[in-house]
Design a protein around this ligand. Structure first.
Ligand SMILES: C=C(CC[C@@H](C)[C@H]1CC[C@H]2C3=CC[C@H]4[C@H](C)[C@@H](O)CC[C@]4(C)[C@H]3CC[C@]12C)C(C)C
Ligand SMILES: C[S@@+](CC[C@H](N)C(=O)[O-])C[C@H]1O[C@@H](n2cnc3c(N)ncnc32)[C@H](O)[C@@H]1O
Length: 356
């Protein structure tokens, strides 16, 4: 082979690799590229250890149930997964029913806007986003309602990402992000005109603790809506396949234990809320929320290859392949949860804090 052929072949290979990693492997919503994958606030040499530490929680399940350690364990999880979520899913870390003829991005936004529409808020009102992630829902909701949204997340890295996205979207005057624990929120009593949580309170070891905090910070008469992760009435506690699926979902999503659908309104009433409405938004005529997960399978194989190459080249931190692998397996459990109908990530509950 002469040197020109060698040069051209090397150029083609390098170009192909760049296209595969940087173009094909880029996020749905631009913002995170494969080459930028990190361990969040964890230093790159500690990612592998932290991943092992994450798994050690599941070897001591009793400790999780009782633990004040849960917020720290959830924080570790989001350090490990936030970049991969943003890269492979976008800035909204939740599911939504598929809508024929609409893109995932539009279906996601519609699901988010529905939450704030239920709250009856006016422009200028102050509303709380409980477990805000990197702020995808917050930005859609602020833009749609012109309300001021305050988001709280346990994860410092997400705060930085959310603030950066808010600024970039020109929504930083409407959106504020705070790092804190939603089980002990740094807000005065009766200080919000509304609140919502999207697929976040499932991380609370006791739902009562987070619901009573939300109740405390809401003004009397105002509304709270939540999209909850729960097992449905189709879940049979002694069916081994059902147990396997639910445990798979818990392990891959940092959940201290999934609740049953009928526990949600019980807890809401117990802390003082009036339950205005309750509905599983996944039920027909809604189209399957897990369709997007299932359709993405080929992309996940490609992503796996991209992450493996980047790890091998020393660009992605050691341990990233393991985290990606864990999510890959989790996607399958979530799909099975949806297909069997034993699990829903969108059990909606709308509550009001009474006037007196
Ligand atoms: C509400 C929560 C998170 C819900 C979802 C946003 C995420 C649950 C599973 C995640 C993913 C699974 C497979 C990944 C894939 C292997 C990778 O290549 C690209 C990212 C995934 C698609 C990733 C994206 C986010 C999820 C769908 C929980 C934590 C309470
Ligand atoms: C699956 S993400 C959903 C994020 C956002 N609602 C969305 O839909 O994009 C769950 C969020 O809950 C937050 N969270 C979990 N436990 C928390 C806690 N104890 N205090 C504050 N935030 C918490 C996580 O940090 C994360 O931001």
């Amino acid at each position: 082979m002469d040197s020109l052929t060698l040069f051209c072949t090397a150029g083609l290979l390098a170009g192909g690799l760049y296209w595969f990693v940087c173009i094909l492997g880029s996020a749905e919503q631009k913002g995170k590229r494969a080459v930028d994958l990190s361990g969040g606030s964890i230093s790159r040499e500690k990612v592998e250890d932290k991943y092992k530490q994450y798994w050690s929680f599941f070897r001591r399940p009793k400790e999780i149930e009782t633990a004040d350690k849960v917020p720290a364990f959830v924080d570790t999880f989001y350090n490990l997964v936030t970049d991969i979520y943003e890269w492979g899913w976008g800035q909204s870390f939740h599911f939504s029913p598929s809508i024929p003829g609409k893109s995932h991005k539009d279906a996601t936004r519609i699901h988010e806007e529905m939450a704030v529409d239920l709250l009856n808020v006016k422009p200028g009102d102050r509303i709380l986003d409980v477990g805000c992630g990197v702020g995808g829902p917050m930005r859609a909701i602020a833009a749609h309602s012109q309300a001021n949204v305050v988001g709280i997340t346990i994860n410092e890295y997400q705060v930085k990402r959310a603030q950066m996205h808010n600024k970039k979207a020109g929504l930083d005057s409407l959106c504020e992000v705070i790092c804190g624990n939603f089980l002990q929120m740094p807000f005065p009593d009766n200080s919000f005109d509304g609140a919502y949580s999207i697929e976040a309170t499932c991380h609370a070891p006791k739902l009562e603790e987070v619901y009573s905090e939300i109740f405390r910070v809401l003004k009397p008469g105002s509304l709270y809506v939540s999209y909850e992760w729960v097992t449905t009435d189709k879940y049979v506690g002694d069916n081994s396949e059902h147990i396997e699926i639910i445990q798979g979902i818990e392990r891959g999503d940092a959940l201290p234990g999934l609740r049953s659908y009928d526990q949600i309104s019980e807890v809401a009433k117990k802390v003082g809320f009036e339950v205005v409405k309750e509905k599983d938004l996944a039920k027909p005529p809604s189209n399957p929320w897990w369709q997007r997960l299932k359709m993405g399978r080929i992309a996940y194989w490609r992503n796996h290859l991209v992450v493996t190459i980047l790890s091998w080249l020393g660009i992605a931190p050691k341990g990233t392949v393991d985290v990606h692998e864990m999510l890959f397996v989790t996607a399958d459990y979530l799909t099975r949860g949806g297909e069997t109908g034993i699990f829903t990530p969108m059990h909606m509950i709308l509550c009001r804090k009474p006037e007196s």
